[in-house]
Every structure is written in structure tokens, then in C-alpha cells.
Design a protein around this ligand. Structure first.
Ligand SMILES: [Zn+2]
Length: 718
């Protein structure tokens, strides 16, 4: 982005020619940011920086109305349709909201409404207050109660047809009934929970795929998939909050079959039709009440399971909404009160390199510790070397702005180059691995990631592999913290996963013995041995994942487990490929759904490496690896949609889920009309309640276990 010298000048000090120049630059900058955000799902600016550009543009336009450009950002919403999707013309445009940034702005919003409606000052104005979900706006069209189309907002007038993808979302009803207008367009925000975002990114990383910058991008990227099956595999959620086209409405969206008198009643109708409406939505009578809810949401923000970037206020009464109407790109009767970004300025003390289990080198920023929205941050992700060198040009010693959103790892959003110490050297990617071997690094052409070439020999990769092996989705061995693994590795107690299972046997020869170490004692040593013993029995999917084969993430590992059934068959087949690279076994592997040539190559390389093979052979002989029961289509739950909620006590949630899938059920994360059965453990809350409302069978974990062991009296439940 070109440096703009005018940016530091106060708006009211700009001369008309300067203002014209800056409006031109702003139009180009905002258009570029819109394209990156809407079409590529890869924002080039932070939300706060983007808002600042828009605000400045608006301020200059207010002062110099004659200079407003034909391509002014204030006349546009978002960006056009990306190539590859069918286009949908919105019958009524999907507009965005004006912004308020302070309490005074909100008071002014109230005053404007009163002035417009000629209400006496201080007269009550009912306002619906609800969190502004940081997701992707969509429109759902129902004809005679049947979902016929789903579309993204696009530029507000024309969006993308994502009907097939929308249909995979459990939370969106395919059919609605009970006083439904002949045509009903429901609008809402599709989003991904913070937890689902983190685990999706973990899976992406495991698979060597692109990481998403934040939950919103993950939601947008997931919804805008060419293959609906990919969308179906992503845990998307929705909150709905508006209508668009309704049979017989006028150009503003009122009249016709719109027979709800206010926004609040409409939400009740949405709930009755089976749509998720945000539970915080509330009618507030006074400005104080409104601002108090804004404060509360701001305080709750970090603990919510989804990202919100502000609070939306809407005039409740429809007759007032209709009178207030629209101005340029936004309704007069609604406004978004944005939260300040959680940002802070600090010093980039160092850029260190982390080595992953497959040798990937990731730069990490070490920061002068700083408080960002209540959390002390001392490290930030730098993604990859292009981020450091090309996008940020970050140098050690620079003053930087870091931003933290929800649970997402903090990141550097800006380098304050004007504060840079003269002569600060630009950062260069390391030519050797930081590990003691100092092996050379390689970055294959076309890949974003640089790797250590040391392979199995690289000590850092060995440590990372051990950590991966014991991690939750892998063998899930409790008691092995990062520090413990590092210390054991350094002493030579643990080198490979095989050593984990020899630990108890060797304990007598280790000096000092585990229980004699500082902070250890009998109990912790015994607990560790116990949890290792417990995991000597595991299942094939976990085992394959735990091996840490490049690009073999959780999903791929499970696919392999399902396809081959037992560890013996799997190993025999993989070895067959090494011996006959293009034979039948190779074909079988390549034919597995979801396993591409690159993954095949990495699996074959793993089996072709004598060291990894030796470890694998030993592990396979030491452990009891349960075969995968083939998914069966004749159990009581085959083809049923099942939801687990609350705590599972007898078997963990993931085990219960795997079991259900083996028995041919589809496990979903949310309850809808399509759900056949809900298994509710202690602590079950909203999902249980929703199931009961929808008349879906709810059973306890014990009843579930009885069902698995085929006690026939439970069949009636289904
Ligand atoms: Zn290395």
C-alpha cells in the first residue's frame, strides 16, 4: 500500500485538492481491502484499520460533499461475486449497517430517531439489542415453507448461490411450518465457533493445508466450497435476525405477508420455525439499558464461544422502521456499536524458530510482555517467513501493534516503521535448523513452509514427535507435559515413542529415578506409569495419527483405519507399496476417498524410511491396537443422526462418537429436526432442551451403553 502523507492531516485542515487526492486513494485502498475480504477470504487489513479508513472517507465526504466520487466506498457494500458460483440477484438488497464507536454516537442515534419521528426528547424508543456476530451474511429463501435457495451477500445486490452447501448445515431447517408466508427470505450470519475454528486449523495444519486467519474466514471458506461434502464436514452454525423478501412486501421490505408488529415478535416467530436466534437478543427501553447490555456483552465477549465484533441496535417497532427507511447504504433504524479492538503496542524482542514434528520451521515473535484486553501476551504467531519478510517486514527491535481476538493466538498486525531504530537489519529465514545438528533447511518451490532436512535425526523434530505422540487426539497419555518430555529427551531417557513404553521398566536405571525428582514423588510417577499402561491398548485411527506421518492428520488417519481395518493389514499393504510402487496396493491406497497423491507419497516415504519402519514395527508389537469394526448398516442406529451432549463418563466423547460412527450412525454437533437421538450426560443444557422441544428422543449415557450392547428394550427409543 502506497504511503499516504495526507493521512496524518486532520480532515478539517485538508484543502479541496488534497481532499480529492485522498478520497481517490481511500477508494482504491478500501476496494482492495474489500476484494481481499469478500472474494479471497483473506483480509489484508485488521477490522480496526479498515473501519478507520471508512471513517476517514466518510468524514472527508461530509466536509466536501461535492468531491464524493462515483466509485465512493460509501456507495458500495462489500465486493462482487467470486468466480465459480452461480449468481443470485437479491430481491431486496442486503445492506450493511452504519457504525457507532462511542456512547455519544449511540445517544446521537437515539436523538436522530426521535427527531425523524418527531418524538419528544427523552421519549422511550424500544430498541432490540443483540451481539453482532463476526461471520458471513447469508440469505435463505423459503417458498411454501421449503428451503429453495441459500445465497451469500456478495455486493449486497448480487450474491453467490450456495444452496447445496447451505443444505448441509444442520441448524438450518429444510422445511418450516406454522403460519409461514408463501415467500419468506430469512437472513442471518453463518459462523464457526472458536473451538471448532481451532480444531479445524489443527486438522488443516496436520494435512499441510492452508490455515485460516480467524473463525470468520474459516466460516466463509467453508461455506464457499465447490464441494458441498467439504462444507458438510465443517461445523458451521448460524444465528438469524432479519427478513428480506416476503410475499407481497414493498421496496422497503414491509407490508404484504409481514404480519409481525415488531422485531422482537419476528424473533419469536423465527424460533418457532426452528431457526437459531441469538440468546442475548433483548428489547431495551432506555439508552442506559442499551448501553448496559453493550457493556455486558463486551465483558462476556472473551468467554463467548463465537466471535462478536460489536452490538447491533434496531428500532423494535416495524411502523417506525418503515417510516425511518434507508439512507445510502444503511437503514436509519439500525446501527452497529463496534467494540474497540483488543490491541497493544510493544517491542518485538526476537524472532525465534519453532520446529514441528515434520520439520516445518515456524517463526514466532517474542515480545516485550504487554497486557492486551486483560491477558498478558509475550508471544505472537508469525505464520511463515513470507509473513515476516514480505507482508510485515518485521525486524528485531521494532515497535509493533499486536491484536488479540477471543481465543485466537495473538498476532502482529502492524510494524511501526516510523519508530524503527536506524540500521535495524531485516530478518532473513534461517539457512540452518536451530537444532544442535544445524542441518540445512529447504523450502521447496511453491511451498510456504521451510523445513529442516535432518529428518528423524533432528533433535527438535524428535521432541515435537514425542509431544505429538502423547497428545490428546493421538495416544492421549496424561502426565506428559511439554517440559517433562523436553527434560526426558535431553537426558536421553526418551528418544522415540518406543521409549515411552519402556519407561517403567527402565525406571530403576534412570538417575535420578522418576519419584526422586523434584516435584515428582511416588504418586506422580505411578500415575504416569498407570496412564502409559492404560494406553497400551488403543485404536487404529489414533495409532496412525500418533505416528506423525507428514500430512496424515486426524481425518486421514481415521480414513486409513476404516479402509484397512487392522494394523497388520495396513502395514502389510503399505510395505507392499514400498516393494511394488505402482502395484495393486498402491491403487487401493490411492482410491481411498480424501487421500490424494501427495498424502500417498508421504505415507510411502514413511514406510520406505528404515528408521521410521523400525520404530513402527516395535510399537505395533508392543501395543494392542484394536481393529476398526467395519461400519455396519444393520445396527439399531445405522443411518441415524445422533448428538452427544454433556459429559460422557464411561467412555470419552470422542470414543463414544467413534463407536456410533462404527455402528453406522452420523454424529452431529447440533440438535435439529433431523436429529434422531440425543445422548445427554451430566451437565447437558441447551441441546437437551432443544431436543425436548423438538420431540427428539433423549437418553442417558447408561441407556446408550445398553443400546450398544443390544438390549432390545431400548429399540423403541428410535
Ligand atoms: Zn533440525
Amino acid at each position: 500500500m502506497a504511503k499516504n502523507d495526507l493521512r496524518g492531516v486532520a480532515v478539517d485542515e485538508l484543502t479541496p485538492p488534497d481532499a480529492a487526492v485522498e478520497l481517490e486513494i481511500l477508494a482504491a485502498e478500501i476496494a482492495a481491502a474489500d476484494a481481499a475480504y469478500y472474494q479471497d477470504d483473506a483480509p489484508s487489513l485488521s477490522d480496526a484499520a479498515y473501519d478507520a479508513l471508512r471513517q476517514r472517507n466518510e468524514a472527508i465526504e461530509t466536509l466536501f460533499p461535492k468531491l464524493i466520487r462515483k466509485d465512493s466506498p460509501s456507495k458500495r457494500v462489500g465486493a462482487g461475486v467470486a468466480a465459480g458460483f452461480g449468481k443470485v440477484q437479491h430481491c431486496l438488497p442486503m445492506l450493511s449497517l452504519g457504525n457507532a464507536f462511542s456512547d455519544e454516537d449511540v445517544a446521537e442515534f437515539y436523538d436522530r430517531i426521535r427527531r425523524f419521528l418527531s418524538l419528544p426528547a427523552n421519549d422511550a424508543v424500544d430498541i432490540v439489542v443483540e451481539p453482532k456476530i463476526d461471520g458471513l451474511s447469508i440469505s435463505l429463501r423459503y417458498e411454501d415453507g421449503v428451503l429453495v435457495r441459500g445465497a451469500t451477500r456478495g455486493d449486497g445486490r448480487e450474491g453467490e448461490d450456495v444452496t447445496a452447501n447451505i443444505r448441509t448445515m444442520d441448524e438450518i431447517p429444510q422445511k418450516i411450518s406454522g403460519n409461514v408466508p408463501a415467500v419468506l427470505e430469512v437472513r442471518g450470519e453463518v459462523f464457526m465457533s472458536k473451538a471448532d475454528f481451532l480444531s479445524l486449523n489443527q486438522r488443516q495444519e496436520d494435512a499441510g493445508a492452508k490455515l485460516f486467519a480467524n473463525p470468520r474466514n474459516a466460516a466463509a471458506g467453508s461455506l464457499r466450497q465447490k464441494d458441498p461434502a467439504v462444507t458438510a464436514s465443517r461445523p458451521l452454525k448460524i444465528f438469524v435476525y432479519a427478513w428480506g423478501d416476503v410475499s407481497g412486501v414493498d421496496a422497503l421490505g414491509y407490508g404484504g405477508d409481514v404480519d409481525w408488529p415488531d422485531q422482537g415478535t419476528f424473533y419469536e416467530r423465527l424460533k418457532a420455525w426452528g431457526f437459531p436466534v441469538n440468546p442475548y437478543a433483548k428489547v431495551c427501553i432506555t439508552l442506559d439499558e442499551t448501553l448496559a447490555l453493550y457493556q455486558k456483552l463486551g465483558a462476556d465477549r472473551a468467554t463467548l464461544d463465537y466471535d462478536i465484533d460489536g452490538v447491533v441496535y434496531k428500532v423494535n417497532r416495524l411502523d417506525w422502521q418503515e417510516r425511518l427507511g434507508f439512507v445510502s447504504r444503511a437503514p436509519r433504524w439500525a446501527i452497529a456499536h463496534k467494540f474497540p479492538a483488543e490491541k497493544a503496542e510493544t517491542i518485538l524482542n526476537d524472532i525465534v524458530i519453532q520446529v514441528g514434528r515434520t520439520g516445518a520451521l515456524t517463526p514466532v515473535a517474542e515480545l516485550e510482555p504487554v497486557n492486551v484486553g486483560g491477558v498478558v501476551v509475550s508471544r505472537a504467531t508469525l505464520h511463515n517467513e513470507d509473513e515476516v519478510v514480505t507482508r510485515l517486514d518485521a525486524r528485531v527491535g521494532d515497535r509493533v501493534i499486536i491484536e488479540r481476538a477471543g481465543d485466537v493466538i495473538p498476532k502482529i498486525v502492524e510494524v511501526l516503521k516510523e519508530k524503527r531504530t536506524e540500521g535495524a537489519a531485516s530478518w532473513a529465514p534461517p539457512s540452518v535448523c536451530p537444532c544442535p545438528l544445524k542441518t540445512t533447511t529447504v523450502r521447496p518451490e511453491g511451498e510456504a513452509v521451510r523445513r529442516c532436512s535432518g529428518g528423524m535425526e533432528c533433535p527438535y523434530q524428535q521432541v515435537a514427535r514425542l509431544k505429538h505422540f502423547v497428545s490428546r487426539d493421538a495416544l492421549d497419555i496424561e502426565g506428559f507435559g511439554s517440559r517433562t518430555i523436553e527434560a526426558f529427551w535431553e537426558e536421553g531417557v526418551l528418544k522415540t515413542p518406543v521409549d515411552i513404553f519402556l519407561l517403567e521398566e527402565k525406571d530403576g536405571t534412570i538417575d535420578p529415578k522418576l519419584e526422586e525428582r523434584e516435584g515428582w514423588g511416588d504418586t506422580s510417577a505411578n500415575n504416569l506409569f498407570e496412564s502409559i499402561r492404560r494406553r497400551r491398548t488403543t485404536d487404529l485411527g489414533r495409532f496412525i495419527y500418533a505416528l506423525g506421518i507428514r500430512q496424515v492428520g486426524l481425518t486421514t488417519a481415521r480414513d486409513l483405519a476404516r479402509a484397512y481395518g487392522s494394523v497388520d493389514v495396513w502395514m502389510r499393504q503399505m510395505i507392499a507399496i514400498v516393494e511394488d510402487p505402482l502395484g495393486e496396493a498402491f491403487q487401493d491406497l490411492s482410491d481411498i476417498d480424501g487421500i490424494g497423491p501427495a498424502v500417498v507419497a508421504d505415507i510411502v516415504a514413511f514406510f520406505g524410511n528404515p528408521e521410521s519402519r523400525a520404530d513402527l514395527d516395535q510399537l505395533a508389537s508392543m501395543l494392542e491396537i484394536n481393529p476398526v469394526e467395519q461400519a455396519s448398516n444393520d445396527t439399531v442406529i445405522s443411518g441415524k443422526v445422533i448428538v452427544f451432549t454433556g459429559n460422557m463418563e464411561a467412555m470419552g466423547r470422542s470414543e463414544a462418537k467413534a463407536k456410533a460412527e462404527t455402528m453406522g450412525a452420523k454424529v452431529s454437533g447440533s440438535v435439529s429436526k433431523k436429529t434422531d437421538l440425543v445422548i445427554a450426560g451430566p451437565g447437558a443444557g441447551s441441546k437437551r432442551k432443544k431436543a425436548e422441544e423438538l420431540g427428539v428422543s433423549v437418553i442417558s449415557e447408561q441407556e446408550w451403553l445398553d443400546l450398544l450392547s443390544n438390549k432390545n428394550d431400548q429399540l423403541r427409543l428410535l
